[in-house]
Design a protein around this ligand. Structure first.
Ligand code: UDP
Ligand code: MG
Length: 317
């Protein structure tokens, strides 16, 4: 019995080593479920043999389609291209490196079949194999973003999730240029079931993330989904004004009581540098928002597809 169609979106960037293993293992699982399926690979401008491998696989398997970008646009763009071109009643996103275990798929489908949920998302409950300093910063990031934005972002959430078509349509309708999927998933709402699993290490190849890339990603996430940094900047301005006023009164009274106040050069320099620093910091925050706004106003496409074996696709969006 066929219960509908499932589209699996798989963003791939330089995954020549992991892809064949991923394909073999995933198809094994997909053959056991009562759904027809489409494996939709997005080649995100890979510089290795990824595209050729995808072509080979899709030649021999009619359930496999691929979209190939004209250059590397990033995983967010790859997922977005997948969402824009998915045809299934159910859509899932998965990494190509086996860090998102395909063996979870049947269970995820079962949970959706109960009709109680619109999506099943996965959350890793351990961070084994990750440097402790990275785990520490990751935890702080989740704490902060949940305090200051209205999108709830779950700690340890992976992009690996299964969704009903309605939810995918909502994601596609979020047409912003600066895409932060963890925030977008949280922002659109819908009933989500959280499925915990133990962290799995990448099977082959290398992660595309280093500490600074992750740090930048975290800052971008906060700026994309919260105006709190701007509020902090204005409040520190207000606070500084009060402090300087109090100081002014203090200096004035001291002058009246004790005469010429010419000492205090050192403290003056400290104060000037401190205030200068805060001003530049606040300007920087404003600059970040302005830069984002600038990119949004250009309305550039999120991705450009140069090659595909799929018909009727959105090539540029
Ligand atoms: N990826 C992508 N474009 C990029 C970087 C990564 O499509 O510019 C894909 C990558 O091929 C993999 C997934 O995104 O399937 C997750 O990447 P990675 O494993 O490097 O991230 P991590 O699991 O370490 O967070
Ligand atoms: Mg990975």
């Amino acid at each position: 019995m066929n219960k509908g169609k499932l589209t699996l979106i798989v963003p791939c960037y330089n995954e020549e080593e992991a892809l064949p293993i991923f394909y073999k293992e995933t198809v094994k699982v997909l053959k056991t479920i009562d759904y027809s399926y489409e494996l939709l690979f997005i080649d995100d401008g890979s510089k290795d043999q990824t595209l050729n491998i995808l072509k080979d696989i899709s030649d021999s398997d009619p359930d496999v389609t691929y979209l190939s970008f004209s250059r590397n646009f990033g995983k967010e763009a790859a997922m977005f291209a997948g969402f824009c071109n998915a045809t299934g009643d159910y859509v899932a996103v998965m990494d190509a490196d086996m860090q998102d275990p395909p063996s979870l798929l049947p269970q995820m489908l079962e949970i959706l079949e109960t009709g109680e949920y619109d999506s099943v998302a996965t959350r890793r409950v351990s961070r084994d194999g990750e440097p402790p300093i990275r785990s520490f910063f990751a935890r702080q990031f989740y704490k902060i973003i949940n305090k200051i934005s209205d999108a709830d972002v779950v700690d340890g959430a992976r992009d690996f999730r299964l969704m009903k078509k309605d939810m995918v349509d909502a994601i596609v309708a979020m047409n912003e240029y600066n895409r932060f999927s963890k925030g977008i998933f949280g922002w659109i709402g819908f009933k989500t079931y959280w499925l915990p699993f133990k962290n799995v290490e990448r099977i082959a190849g290398e992660t595309k993330w280093n500490f600074w890339k992750l740090f930048k990603y975290a800052i971008d996430g906060i700026i994309n989904f919260s105006q709190a940094p701007l509020t902090i900047a204005s409040w520190s301005g207000v606070l500084m004004t009060f402090i300087s006023f109090a100081f002014l009164v203090f200096v004035f009274i001291r002058k009246l009581l004790f005469g010429d106040p010419v000492d205090g050069w050192a403290s003056q320099v400290c104060i000037m540098l401190f205030i200068g620093g805060i001003q530049l910091f606040c300007l920087g925050i404003m600059g970040e928002y302005m830069a984002k706004t600038y990119m949004e106003t250009k309305r550039r496409p999120h991705f450009i597809i140069s090659e595909s074996n799929k018909k009727d696709i959105n090539k540029i969006k």
